[in-house]
Design a protein around this ligand. Structure first.
Ligand SMILES: [Zn+2]
Length: 107
């Protein structure tokens, strides 16, 4: 699957671009790895296409998580402070994401 623009209407890249100034792209990840997104040192953010099978608010959480990595390339308290600013209810979203992840079919 080729990389392409993320077109979810509920949590589209335009929304995040307006809020943070950064653009998002969706891409394919190997399905055997439970990776929802990644942020490279070059500032490129990739999102797992399987997020399309999840509720839009969880897509927003993953997007917020990866955008926070543009400032902190770790999971330090400072990183979670940034996530909290972008997505205040991140703890419950994370729990929900972990619970739903095991229910998704492997394609
Ligand atoms: Zn992370």
């Amino acid at each position: 699957m080729r990389s392409g623009r993320w077109n979810s209407s509920a949590s589209g890249s335009r929304n995040w671009r307006v809020r943070t100034g950064f653009a998002l792209r969706a891409s394919a990840f190997p399905t055997h790895r439970p990776v929802w997104g990644s942020c490279g040192r070059d500032g490129r953010i990739l999102l797992n296409w399987r997020l399309m099978m999840l509720p839009p608010h969880l897509v927003d959480y993953v997007a917020a998580h990866e955008l926070a990595h543009l400032r902190e390339l770790n999971h330090s308290p400072r990183f979670w402070d940034i996530v909290s600013l972008l997505y205040p209810d991140h703890r419950s979203a994370r729990r929900e994401l972990n619970a739903l992840a095991s229910t998704l079919p492997d394609l």
